[in-house]
Design a protein around this ligand. Sequence first.
Ligand code: GRF
Length: 210
Amino acid sequence: MSKAKALIFISGNGSNLQNIINNIHSGYINMDIVAVVSDNPEANGLKKAKIAKIETIIIDMSKDDLLNLSKVIDENLIDIFILAGFMKILPEEFINKYNGKILNIHPSLLPKYKGLNTHKKVLKSNDSMHGASVHFVTSELDEGPIIIQGKINVTDEDSEESLKKRVHEIEYQIYPIAIKWFTENHIKQSGNKCLFNNEVLECPIEHLSE
Ligand code: GRF
């Protein structure tokens, strides 16, 4: 099977990026990261990309920037777009053009708590469960078909900080699995559904970790 070619989009720390790099180095994921794209020139994740000798591209989301990015994408025949803490909303045109190839990780059990401050919302609602979801990206924010979720139990001792840390641990488990499935053609997006080995997933796959 040929090696998938990826662009990874970040805005901040890039710990998921680092985890994906580690999973490529260990041989778990068979993929080349063609470039790491950031809207934030100060993103810590850019240092991680440079250490791993991966090209970096800074975009300000202007039409010109996105056009240039499209050229890089088309010239390199990019197979997969991985959003890993990318805080900007991609234009609808971009999402439609690369429909079915864009994955995102979100720190909540979608469809609960789209958008920001998910840990705070979980605590405020006294939820007993929390977690992370990997989904295909559509033009509706955090709405695309969900591939896999990992769950944690929320305890009385949890704070926003502890939930952030514990959910990140789940993310480091489920994102490589989803990426591996994608690069091995096990998962596909079909409209607002996710197919696994060509069968519709009626609900997201639950990753059992705790
Ligand atoms: C993660 O919690 C991810 O779910 C969200 O942004 C955060 C990125 O963290 N989309 P990092 O930059 O990978 O450390």
